[in-house]
Design a protein around this ligand. Structure first.
Ligand SMILES: O=C(O)c1ccccc1N[C@@H]1O[C@H](COP(=O)(O)O)[C@@H](O)[C@H]1O
Length: 220
């Protein structure tokens, strides 16, 4: 039985959403900087939201194939604890971003079938943390945040030399089963705690975190 599972509530866009995540006991809060996303926030909004996050909760900026100018603008204005790279960033680009910004980097790896698992090993060489998510359907607008799960049994019994988080289609109802099946001790959720794309629900956030038991101390 998995216990002591950290949660990340991603795609927060309002002060109420941030408060709900913090009050529930989330270990991470995520802000999405991706124009096509219904959860996209501009830099000033993210700066204000981040200011409300107490110490001890990790503030994550999610970006998709962002260039240096974009990352410079975000990191200059928003107080952050981690960068989440959710595009097709190469291992070299991950290393470059780590060196340039001095922040821990979490790289998302999309999984559809067993062949995709090799990418986890590749990125474990360079990223501080991994986010193992469902691979988006071909032609999807968003590379994540689609509410889709993958076959969790693919991860069963696997271990990697880096901390990692499970994501993709998680909800208050399936979170504990997903953790038990995969061995994940960190879970990331976005659409599973919403009433509509981009609209977070405080009760669903509380239910998601509560489903996993007390939150352990933060890692980053
Ligand atoms: O949430 C988004 O809009 C998003 C946009 C672009 C890349 C990633 C995005 N979200 C991430 O995807 C995972 C899974 O989302 P879901 O729970 O299945 O909706 C989420 O945890 C975010 O980190």
């Amino acid at each position: 039985m998995t216990s002591a599972i950290r949660t990340k509530i991603c795609g927060l866009t309002t002060a109420d959403g941030v408060a709900a995540a913090v009050d529930a006991g989330a270990a991470y809060v995520g802000f999405v900087f991706f124009a096509k996303s219904p959860r996209n926030v501009d830099i000033e909004t993210a700066r204000n939201l981040a200011a409300d996050v107490p110490p001890g909760v990790c503030k994550v900026a999610l970006v998709v194939n962002a260039d240096d100018a974009t990352l410079d603008a975000i990191t200059d204005r928003v107080p952050l604890d981690m960068l989440q790279l959710h595009g097709s960033e190469t291992p070299e680009r991950v290393s470059e971003i780590k060196a340039r910004y001095g922040l821990p980097v979490m790289k998302a790896v999309g999984i559809r079938n067993a062949d995709d698992l090799t990418q986890i090993d590749v990125y474990a060489e360079v990223a501080d943390q991994l986010l193992i998510d469902a691979k988006a359907p071909k032609g999807a607008d968003l590379p994540g945040g689609n509410g889709l799960a993958f076959d969790w049994s693919l991860l069963s019994g696997r271990r990697w030399p880096r901390p990692w988080m499970l994501a993709g289609g998680l909800t208050p109802d399936n979170a504990m089963r997903a953790a038990n099946l995969t061995g994940a001790n960190q879970l990331d959720v976005s659409s599973g705690v919403e009433t509509a794309p981009g609209i977070k629900d405080a009760d669903k956030i509380a239910a998601f975190v509560a489903a996993l038991g007390p939150q352990p101390p933060k890692l980053f």
